[in-house]
Write a protein that binds this ligand. Structure first.
Ligand SMILES: *Cc1c(COP(=O)(O)O)cnc(C)c1O
Length: 500
C-alpha cells in the first residue's frame, strides 16, 4: 500500500508505508493517508475466535504491506503480552448497564490508551528503518499533554539506534504524569518541561520537522528526525485494532448481535483515537455514530455543532489535561475523508486555519458530517460530578477523561445520539493518574500530597494501587530541565550536537 499527503493533488506523488512511517510528516506539511483504503469488510464470523494479537496481525498487514508475516507477528508479540499489559484481553470491555459499556484502554505500562499504539510503534519503526536501509541515528521528538510522553518513553527506552526527547507543558500535566516522566529510566531519553502549553510544544516540533535548515543540521550529525505523535501512521493504525476487538467482545458478551451497530463516545484531543475508529468503520466494523467529547477547550465540539473550527480562543488548563489542545493534528485527516477525499478543498481549508486560525465548511458539508459525527463538551465540575455519580451508582471509578465522555453521553439528546443503540465510552486512562479530580469526586481533601490521596482512594474504593505507579513512587527523579518555549529549537540543536 502506498501513502500520499492529505494536501497532495498529483495522484502519482506517493510514498511507501515504510517511508511514510519513518518520516512521520509529509514534506508539504500535510499528513500521510493511504492512497486508497484497503477494500475489506471484516465480519464477526472471521474475527470471533481470534485473540487480540491475531486481530492485530490482520489489521497491521493491511496497512504495512512491505513487512513479512513473520516480521509483523514478532513485532506484535513483543508489543502485546503479559509484561506490557496487565489484562490478558489487552482491552477488556466493562459493561455498565444495557445502554453503556466502557472500552478500557488503560491496561498498559503507563496506564493510558497511548500504550496501545506506543507498545507496537518502536518495533514498526525499527522495521521501517531497516527496510529503508537508513543507518542514521533516529531522533524522536515528541510533544505531550501528559500521556504520549510517558508511553513513548517506555516504548523507546534503551532501543538501539534511537534517541527520544519529550517536551511537556510545565503546568499542564497531572502530578502523576509529571512524576512518571521525570523518573523515566533509559540511557537514550531526555525529558524537558517548557514554559508554554501543549500547542506551543507541538508547533515548535512541527517547525523543526519541516525546516530544511534543521534537516541539514541533523544530516551533518548523522541524525534523522522522526515523530512519535499520533500524526505518524505507525501510531494511528494500531489504534484500529481495539475498535475491532471491542466489537467482537460486545458480540461475544451478548451485548449486541453480530452485525448490529453501536455508538462510540471518545474523549478527544488530537483526534487520533476517534479517527482510528472511523477507519475501523470503513473496514466493516458497524459503528453508527462517533461522538467527539471535549473539555472546556471545546474547539472540536464547536466544529461539529457549527461547522467552524476556530482556534483563536482562550486556552484552559482543565482537570482532563490530555485533552487541553486547540490545534488537533489528526483533524486534517478527518477533513480529508469528510470532504470526499478532495485534497484541493482540504488544502484550501487548512490554509485558512493556518493563516487566520479558522476554517469553515459549508452547510451542506456540515450536514453530511453530522450524520456520522457530533461533538459536545463537559466542564471540570461536570466531569467531577460524573465521576461521583458513576462511582456512587455502580462502584465504577472513571478517570476524568473518561468522565468527560460519559458526561457528554448523558448531555446529548436523541436527536444527536440514538440511545436505543448500545454506546461504548472509550476509557482512556486509569483514574489513579489524576488524583485531584478523583479526590474531589470522592470527598477527599484534594490539597493533600498526590500519593496520600491515592492511598485513600484505594482504601475507600478497593481499587488496587497500580503496580506501575508503585514503581514510579519508589524511584528517583532523573530530569529537571525547564526551558522557555522559544528555546525548544536551540535545545534540540544542542542535543544533536552532543549525541554520541
Ligand atoms: C491522548 C489522550 C486523549 C486524547 O486522544 P487523541 O487521540 O489525542 O484524541 C484522551 N484521553 C487521554 C487520557 C489521553 O491520554
Amino acid at each position: 500500500m502506498n501513502y500520499k499527503s492529505t494536501r497532495e493533488i498529483n495522484p502519482s506523488n506517493v510514498k511507501s508505508s515504510t517511508f511514510a512511517a519513518l518520516h512521520g510528516l509529509c514534506e508539504d506539511g500535510g499528513l500521510y493517508i493511504p492512497e486508497k483504503l484497503p477494500d475489506v469488510k471484516l465480519t464477526y464470523d472471521e474475527l470471533k475466535d481470534l485473540s487480540y494479537q491475531e486481530i492485530s496481525e490482520k489489521i497491521i498487514k493491511l496497512f504495512f504491506t512491505e513487512f513479512s508475516d513473520e516480521e509483523i507477528k514478532t513485532a506484535i508479540n513483543n508489543a502485546y503480552n503479559s509484561t506490557t499489559f496487565n489484562d490478558k484481553n489487552i482491552v477488556p470491555v466493562h459493561k455498565l448497564n444495557d445502554k453503556v459499556s466502557f472500552g478500557e484502554l488503560f491496561h498498559g505500562r503507563t496506564l493510558a490508551f497511548k500504550d496501545l499504539a506506543l507498545s507496537l510503534f518502536p518495533y514498526l519503526l525499527l522495521l521501517n528503518k531497516e527496510k529503508q536501509q537508513e543507518d542514521k541515528k533516529i531522533l524522536i521528538l515528541a510533544a505531550t499533554s501528559g500521556d504520549t510522553g510517558k508511553a513513548a518513553l517506555e516504548g523507546f527506552k534503551d532501543v538501539d539506534g534511537i534517541n527520544i526527547v519529550v517536551f511537556y507543558p510545565k503546568n499542564g500535566v497531572s502530578p502523576m504524569q509529571e512524576e512518571q516522566m521525570r523518573k523515566q529510566l533509559g540511557n537514550n531519553v531526555e525529558i524537558v518541561a517548557i514554559n508554554g502549553n501543549f500547542d506551543d510544544a507541538q508547533s515548535a516540533i512541527k517547525v523543526i520537522f519541516s525546516s530544511d535548515e534543521f534537516k541539514k543540521y541533523a544530516n551533518e550529525h548523522d541524525v534523522m528526525f522522526s515523530s512519535a505523535n499520533s500524526i505518524n501512521i505507525g501510531r494511528l493504525f494500531p489504534q484500529i485494532i481495539y475498535y475491532v476487538t471491542i466489537y467482537v467482545n460486545l458480540v461475544n458478551a451478548g451485548t449486541i448481535k453480530a452485525g448490529e451497530e453501536f455508538n462510540v463516545v471518545v474523549p478527544t484531543g488530537n483526534f487520533g483515537n476517534i479517527l482510528a475508529g472511523f477507519i475501523a468503520k470503513k473496514l466493516g466494523i458497524p459503528i453508527k455514530k462517533f461522538i467527539s467529547a471535549s473539555n472546556k477547550n471545546k474547539v472540536l465540539a464547536d466544529f461539529f455543532q457549527t461547522g467552524t473550527y476556530n482556534k483563536n480562543r482562550d486556552f484552559y488548563a482543565t482537570n482532563s489535561p490530555s485533552m487541553d489542545i486547540l490545534l488537533s493534528s489528526n483533524f486534517e485527516r478527518y477533513l480529508y475523508y469528510a470532504l470526499n477525499e478532495d485534497s484541493k478543498r482540504v488544502s484550501e481549508l487548512i490554509k485558512n486555519l493556518l493563516s487566520g486560525g479558522e476554517l469553515s465548511v459549508s452547510d451542506k458539508e456540515l450536514k453530511n458530517i453530522q450524520n456520522e459525527f457530533y461533538g459536545e463538551f463537559a466542564n471540570d465540575e461536570e466531569t467531577v460530578s460524573a465521576i461521583k455519580k458513576i462511582y456512587e451508582n455502580y462502584h465504577y471509578l472513571m478517570d476524568p477523561h473518561t468522565a468527560v465522555a460519559y458526561s457528554v453521553y448523558e448531555k446529548l439528546d436523541e436527536k444527536h445520539l440514538d440511545k436505543d443503540i448500545h454506546t461504548v465510552i472509550m476509557s482512556t486512562a486509569h483514574p489513579f493518574k489524576f488524583p485531584a479530580p478523583i479526590a474531589k469526586a470522592l470527598g477527599i481533601d484534594d490539597t493533600k500530597e498526590p500519593y496520600a490521596i491515592l492511598d485513600e482512594v484505594s482504601e475507600i474504593t478497593g481499587v488496587k494501587f497500580p503496580e506501575k505507579l508503585t514503581e514510579v513512587r519508589n524511584s528517583e527523579i532523573r530530569f529537571s530541565d525547564v526551558i522557555d518555549k522559544a528555546d525548544i529549537q536551540k535545545f534540540v540543536k544542542n542535543y544533536i550536537k552532543n549525541l554520541k
